[in-house]
Design a protein around this ligand. Structure first.
Ligand code: NDP
Length: 490
């Protein structure tokens, strides 16, 4: 039987970067079978041994950082510097997951309470087995590693299906892991198109699926997982808002806004897409933004649009926004495939596609608001809820706004800064998905709580879970519970 293959292309030049097999459902199932055995072996290692292997993997990646960054550059088109930055972030996450896994997941005693006085209770988080990771192309190292590293650290084996646009990076990540863990295929990559991912999601031996990509595909993956009651963590897109309050440092805000919106050609799930600026500082902010954007150009500071089909969506949003709004920078001519130069449009109606739908391009809409409260209301009026930004010199007010923002993460006086803090969980609400990667929550996402209660001694006169129980024992129980819980709080 011949296996068909597909090419990954450099989106800037169209050159072939590599050729990879379109792995069939049979091949995926074979990989999952091997992963099941590897998972048992990996879970059987002492936590300290898994930690050592993962820290070694981190070192191997660090030693190959230039080679890996060049491959990311070739497959996505992003500048090598940006590719390096995402690998550095991935390294810090592997390090954190390795060092904290046992602390977060290891066995501990929990209090039993008065009624369970004769018990000893322990809680620990055990591995699930095989975790299927389905990844995107926009950050082909950092994003999937947010699931892979945490799943491995929690004692699972991983089968990873990278995006068809970045298969080479996915293959290399697993090859490098084998340098640190040569005995068993604890981390495997399977390559192919959507069907390969679908085969992974529908394999009943996969005990959890970690998906990153569009909301529409997340629903399809979830439907496939529903057949086997396989849980999923879904990290889907966003339409993140950036709020500039009246007392913000406008230069810093404009600088952060521009980078948050345009870096990686806007192909960032937590990228800035909507900007709300309080009336009192509106003109000043637009002035700062316009000055800075004049020096930013696609092909210089950032690369091409990686996925050719995305250009149509970006163009549709720009066409619509420039018809109804006022152009600050760029316009329909900014789309010059495969590049898109920065586009900034003011006063775009809140119900237009450029404000409601994920654009995933180097474009922003900017709107004047009466005050920060109105900015927050508009920011929160989105089906998405991934992340967002607040700029304000008043720390208390900024923290209040950040807490009220309907999103999984918010950066204050910085942009996307939460992604570089491994201890912080990452994920969204609403159409942005559910579940969390990164941090302690990210480790627990790939583990199952195991609760054990052990009787240390029989409670004299209180044998409640026995048919030999007498009425006097229930009376004693009522007295105890009334004493413990029967006082009203007025
Ligand atoms: P998709 O949601 O289509 O794909 C994401 C991943 O899912 C890829 O690995 C893809 O494989 C795989 N996949 C596709 N179909 C299935 C299926 N039926 N079952 C299992 N896996 C499947 O995203 P795209 O890459 O096409 O990008 C489309 C949009 O998604 C973008 O416009 C953007 O809005 C959003 N997006 C959001 C990202 C984020 O970080 N939140 C990242 C990337 C995209 P394959 O590549 O082979 O099709």
């Amino acid at each position: 039987m011949t296996t068909l293959s597909f090419d990954s292309l450099n989106p800037a030049t169209g050159e072939i970067v590599g050729s990879h097999p379109k792995q069939t459902a049979d091949a995926v199932h074979e990989a999952v079978g091997k992963a099941e055995k590897a998972a048992a072996w990996w879970a059987g290692l002492a936590p300290a041994e898994r930690r050592r292997r993962l820290l070694d993997y981190k070192a191997v990646i660090a030693q190959h950082i230039k080679e890996l960054a060049a491959l990311v550059h070739d497959e996505t088109g992003k500048p090598v510097g940006d590719a390096t930055l995402e690998i550095v972030l991935a390294i810090t996450h592997i390090d954190w997951a390795a060092r904290n896994a046992h602390k977060v997941l290891g066995r501990r005693r929990v209090a039993t309470g008065m009624i369970g006085l004769n018990l000893s209770a322990t809680l620990e988080y055990l591995p699930l087995g095989v975790v299927g990771v389905i990844g995107p192309w926009n950050y082909p190292v950092f994003t999937p590693m947010g699931s892979i590293a945490y799943a491995l650290a929690a004692g699972n084996a991983v089968v990873f299906k990278p995006s068809e646009l970045t298969p080479g990076v996915g293959v290399r990540l697993a090859e490098l892991f084998a340098e640190s863990v040569p005995e068993q295929p604890v981390f495997q990559t399977v390559t192919g198109l959507g069907e390969t991912g679908a085969a992974l999601a529908s394999d009943p031996r996969v005990k959890k699926v970690a998906f990153t990509g569009s909301t529409a595909t997340a629903k399809r993956v979830m439907a496939a997982c529903a057949e086997n009651l396989t849980p999923i963590v879904a990290e889907c897109g966003g339409k993140d808002a950036f709020i500039v309050d009246a007392d913000a440092d406008l230069r810093a805000a404009a600088d952060a806004c521009l980078w948050g919106a345009m870096s990686n050609a806007g192909q960032t799930c937590v990228g800035v897409e909507r900007v709300y600026v309080v009336d009192a500082v509106y003109e000043g902010f637009i002035r700062e933004l316009s000055e800075r954007v004049a020096t930013v150009k696609a092909g210089d500071q950032y690369g091409p649009i990686t996925m050719p089909g995305q250009l149509d969506i970006i163009k549709r949003h720009i066409d619509d926004a420039t018809k109804s709004g006022k152009v600050v920078t760029g316009g329909p001519d900014s789309v010059r495939p495969p590049y898109v130069d920065p586009v900034i449009v003011e006063d775009v109606p809140e119900d237009s596609p450029a404000v409601r739908e994920e654009t995933f391009g180097p474009t922003i809409t900017v709107r004047r608001t009466r005050d920060a409260q109105e900015a927050l209301e508009l920011a929160n009026a989105s089906a998405y809820g991934l992340a967002g930004t607040i700029f304000s010199r008043n720390t208390r007010r900024a923290m209040e706004l950040a807490r009220m923002m309907r999103s999984g993460m918010t950066a204050v006086n910085s942009v996307i800064s939460f992604a570089g803090v491994p201890a912080l969980p990452f994920g969204g609400v609403g159409d942005s998905g559910f579940g969390r990667i990164h941090g302690a929550d990210g480790l627990r996402e790939f583990a199952r709580p195991k609760a054990i209660s052990r009787q240390r001694f029989a409670m004299p006169g209180m044998n409640l879970t026995s048919f030999a129980r007498g009425a006097d024992e229930i009376e004693r129980l009522i007295s105890l519970v009334t004493f413990l819980h029967g006082r009203r709080k007025r």
